[in-house]
Design a protein around this ligand. Sequence first.
Ligand code: TGC
Ligand code: FAD
Length: 406
Amino acid sequence: MSVNTDLTENKANRVGNDLFESPDFYGLDDLLTEEHKLIRSSIRDFVKAEITPFIEDWCQQAHFPTEIVQKFGEIGAFGPTIPQEYGGGGMDYISYGLIMQEIERGDSGMRSTASVQGSLVMYPIYKFGSEEQRKKYLPKLASGEWLGCFGLTEPDHGSNPGGMVTNFKDEGDHYLLNGAKMWISNSPHADVAVVWAKDETDRIHGLIVERGMEGFTTPETHGKWSLRASATGELVFDNVKVPKENLLPGKSGLGAPLMCLDSARYGIAWGAIGSAMDCYDSARRYALERIQFDKPIASFQLVQKKLSEMLTEITKAQLLNWQLGNLMNQGKASTPQISLAKRNNVEMALNICREARQIHGGMGITGEYPIMRHMMNLESVITYEGTHDIHLLILGNEITGIPAFS
Ligand code: TGC
Ligand code: FAD
């Protein structure tokens, strides 16, 4: 059997009929509870119905499907670990990881939308917010009525957020916020932004800024070749009057946003496996169907080597995440442990994309298969939430006790 080269027909085959099956070579499913499996299968079904049939077009058109926000709210993808009394899922970290894995199997940009909302917007409001702030914002963010974003990075301060210049002054009955954030996921559509800024003593605090506040704008960043279904933009603050009750009172200092990043980076470690599994699954099917020299290309040793190495790396990453999830559940996971998993799994996924692309031959560069989309998405994932090299330096610091960041 040869692969049909009619692109339209192929698209219906690949996208309209999402046959994805996840590899579980070491029987890790035996370690999951029935609830974990139920959560995973319901998110997988959602992704097959609501994301994979449309994602190629959304990405080609650089379109953020705003309707996905409410749908994510309905399936519990926002804030799965936040307590139920605030609208969250009250779930454990393995469940959270499985949700991120399944959504990123559909697309990293869709996972970005969910992980920013849960780990970077709901988490700081839950962890550092007042009871009034929790009650005001969390239920609406959990349900998808509101979309949030997280503003840490600035044009001149990416890997070094501690150098930020965005600042606020105490003006008696309000704070006056000035500055700009860049590369902010969800910003063009966000109703609420958790923004990190320095006070007059240079201490970093989190502030909740709402769309509609005078002087607050969110210009979109165009021309991305990565995460094209996720909207990215700036946050610009021009003398924005922020009510005093919008300051997060629970924690200040760079440690506060870095705590949020621990949670989000953990989700990425799982998400990356989703991208890797999708590429592996697609490559395996393609290799069995594609005939060259009168045989399926899967019968050639060099193709088997690629598939075998993919499965090996996915299995290792699954084991890593399983134990990291247990440590997260026990409140024992350290920042360097999370860095190791984020760094390893994103690199692993990128390598698998590249090998899978080769197995698909020329077809691998088309949108008929998910490979190039995942590969281009992962080029952002390897940079955001701490670059690949920053995570290496976090590990280097852990090993030697010597910070090599500056
Ligand atoms: P450093 O001196 O190491 O630490 C500053 C203060 O923070 C404390 N701390 C932590 N506290 C709690 N939890 C953690 N994980 C913490 N890590 C550090 C630390 O103890 C210290 O406290 P104190 O009291 O002594 O002041 O900070 P540094 O300035 O040397 O920076 C270290 C470095 C480079 C590792 C850090 O800045 C870093 O991680 N940089 C990378 C920046 C980054 O990851 N940005 C991500 C932006 S958000 C994003 O990308 C979202 S993408 C979303 C999507 O679409 O999915
Ligand atoms: P830089 O920090 O300028 O780094 C450039 C290069 O220099 C990298 O290779 C880096 O590893 C290297 N480098 C820097 N410092 C060192 C050092 N000390 N030692 C060795 N090498 C070093 N941020 C948010 O706050 N919120 C968001 O929602 C968000 N979403 C994003 C979405 C997308 C699509 C992208 C691309 C980024 C997003 N970011 C977000 C920003 C992201 O976190 C930053 O891009 C990232 O932290 C790196 O910062 P930078 O791009 O300024 O690169």
